[in-house]
Write a protein that binds this ligand. Structure first.
Ligand code: ZN
Length: 669
């Protein structure tokens, strides 16, 4: 819920950036953005503009933090599925020693499978969580194993991993959340071993102290296991599970602490080290608060067990890392938004009783990512809002970021891929998208993260968990609607953030088009929407389409057998966003489960089969991969007389080489 994969919107923007480009223009002239393509995936590069403007000490800090970001890669593999690491290592051993015909179609299938495993950090799709099976058979795999000298004595291991790779009925999903099943037993992740859902829930219920105003996030950094009939946690820490990798992370973090920008940041890093050593979740909270309060440092980072999407019960944090520094120029935009947070709250269309009298802790910035690791690599979010602890958010607020160099790369790649020409009917809409699509997208992310999630309040007596499995979809819809409603506010022009109303058109068209049609490109035929952000976007678009039907606010125009989204009245559409926001806020504030379920099931889940078929056919002709991820830049210290005198940056353009390099140099488990 807190980490927003707004990737779909960005990919589909298909814009040309217009005036946004100026500062990076020279740097990007001949830059090759896309470096690989396989299956439903394209691999891109991102640039790190302004790295050279950092001080030597800051560059050194980025370098050390980047090393720490790479050292936990194996942890994520193991968290997602217990056999991911032996499978990856076996595939790599085969790959590097293979000296047969590299154009053999079976070898190409093998190579594609390995690329997919790297991309997903395991054998389950990074987005759907479903296992993918290879396009080559067991006999071919056996022949490859037999031809690989280093696997000579691995018979037992090979016998163990083969069913996991080839049997489509085994380990089907890392995170199985179907209703009515034992989600813990059915899920292939490695967060639980030998326990049932009932046992896990009972275990954590026994640890929950409802009277504690500052509860730690129980279960966040451990595997729950049953050994000899006893259920216990095995903690991920130095001296515990994953110790060899965590020790390396700590080593680099300690180096980083030595070149911290200031005392506050030094304390942040040291508290994280202390938490990694003790595994004590109280230490993690202490770290989170220090991290939150460090707003002055330009360089910043995330490194730890953070998001719990991969655990069907929502306790276990997947390991992730992100190293970044503030984009000072672009951050002026979010600072203006933050400074006016109260104005937006006061002028929100929701019931007055559900408005916050005092909006606090809205800290927002635009960042430039310098390194991605763990669950942020290669696929990465474009906005992050942390920490996740409810009481820390309540008492200390949260830090919200928009990752501009990643969206910039998406937009550069989308330019000229034919998507907009195929799906957008009117030239004026294409024009608005080209000119203002990128700005509208960034602003939407800014407002979603730094205003939307933090707005509104609950009615007295409402706890916040009443909406159950529909809660996260409704929350995302609330943040999106807040952003959409205010994107159309004249206040943005007044504040100097938006040059003119074309931005609104680009933003509104994208939201409606994406919700009704665009995002269907990522759904398999016959399936409905399951992911919270996708449900939220269709809910908004469909609801507005239906409610505005009489007045023809949004039209689905048919031309030559093709369906197009056309918005006839932007002002009325804004009114509809406001109306829906009011209802969504009421549902959240009152914890109205039934209204929530009806709204989401009624508009956000079911896919229009006819339209879906048409969209997929048109999309297939364009041959665009629906998912993207990134390789990292490489930082190299320049050493003179034993001292670092500079850190240089380079941009590798070979996905396979980077993955093999990481497996060789950053594999500790
Ligand atoms: Zn969100």
């Amino acid at each position: 819920m807190k980490k927003d994969f707004l990737i779909a919107a960005a990919v589909l923007l298909a814009v040309g950036c217009g005036s946004q480009k100026s500062s990076d223009e020279t740097a990007t002239a001949d830059f090759k953005w896309q470096i690989d393509r396989f299956d439903d995936i394209k691999v891109l590069r991102y640039q790190v503009p302004d790295f050279d403007s950092l001080s030597l000490k800051q560059k050194e800090l980025v370098y050390y933090l980047s090393q720490a970001a790479l050292c936990g890669r194996d942890i994520l593999y193991d968290q997602k599925f217990k056999l991911n690491l032996p499978i990856r290592k076996t595939l790599e051993a085969i790959y590097v020693s293979y000296n047969g015909d590299k154009s053999d179609p079976r070898f190409l299938e093998f190579e594609k499978y390995l690329k997919k495993v790297w991309f997903a950090n395991g054998i389950h799709h990074h987005y759907s969580n479903d296992k993918f099976v290879p396009g080559f058979d067991v006999a071919y795999f056996d022949s490859l194993v037999n031809a690989t000298p280093s696997l000579k004595d691995s018979g037992e291991l090979i016998a163990q991993i083969k069913p996991a790779i080839f049997d489509p009925e085994l380990y089907k999903s890392t995170t199985d959340q179907r209703a009515g099943i034992d989600m813990v037993v059915s899920s292939a992740n490695n967060y639980y071993d030998g326990v049932t859902q009932v046992e896990a829930e009972a275990f954590y219920a026994s640890l929950t102290d409802t009277t504690d105003p500052e509860p730690v996030m129980i279960g966040l950094n451990s595997r729950l296991v049953k050994r000899d009939g006893v259920i216990k946690e095995e903690v991920w820490r130095v001296g515990g599970v994953y110790s060899p990798a965590i020790e390396k992370i700590v080593y680099w973090l300690e180096k980083a602490a030595g070149v911290a920008e200031n005392e506050k940041q030094k304390a942040v890093i040291e508290s994280l080290v202390s938490y990694y050593k003790s595994g004590d979740l109280k230490e993690f909270d202490r770290y989170s608060i220090l991290w939150l309060e460090d707003g002055d440092s330009q360089v910043d980072f995330v490194n730890g067990f953070i998001e719990s999407y991969g655990d069907p019960l929502g306790y276990k944090g997947a390991w992730e890392a992100n190293v970044n520094f503030k984009n000072i120029e672009a951050t002026k935009r979010t600072e203006i938004l933050s400074a006016n947070a109260q104005w937006f709250e006061d002028n929100s269309p929701i019931d007055t009783i559900y408005k916050k009298e005092k909006v606090k802790g809205v800290s927002a910035k635009v960042i430039t990512v310098a390194q991605l690791g763990g669950d942020c690599y290669p696929a990465t979010p474009i906005g992050i809002n942390l920490p996740n602890s409810d009481w820390i958010r309540r008492d200390h607020g949260s830090k919200s970021v928009t990752i501009q160099n990643i969206t910039y790369a998406y937009n550069e790649v989308a330019e000229g891929n034919g998507f907009m020409e195929e799906f957008t009917l009117r030239e004026e809409d294409r024009e608005a998208a080209r000119k203002f699509g990128a700005l509208a997208g960034d602003l939407h992310t800014d407002m979603h993260e730094c205003l939307g999630h933090g707005s509104g309040k609950l009615a007295p007596g409402v706890r916040g968990d009443e909406l159950k499995n529909y809660g996260s979809t409704l929350e995302e819809a609330r943040a999106d609607l807040f952003a959409l409603y205010h994107l159309g506010d004249a206040k943005l022009v007044e504040l100097g953030i938006v040059p003119e109303s074309g931005v609104v058109k680009a933003g509104y068209y994208n939201a409606i088009f994406n919700g009704l049609m665009g995002q269907l490109t990522r759904i398999e035929p016959g399936k409905d929407l399951a992911e919270a952000h996708m449900r939220d976007r269709q809910l908004i678009a469909k609801w507005c389409y239906e409610k505005g039907r009489e007045q023809n606010v949004i039209e689905l125009v048919k031309e030559n057998g093709k369906t197009y989204v056309v918005i006839n009245d932007y002002a009325k559409l804004r009114g509809l966003f406001g109306e829906l926001l009011k209802e969504v806020q009421r549902i959240k504030s009152e914890g109205d489960f039934e209204a929530c379920r009806d709204l989401i099931e009624g508009y956000g889940v079911k896919v229009d089969r006819e339209l879906h078929k048409e969209v997929l056919e048109r999309f297939a002709k364009l041959d665009i991969a629906p998912y993207s991820g990134f390789v990292n830049p490489v930082f190299t210290p320049v050493i003179e007389n034993g001292k670092i005198v500079d850190v240089t940056i380079s941009y590798p353009d070979n996905y396979v080489e980077q993955m093999l390099d990481y497996s060789k140099n950053y594999s500790f488990l």
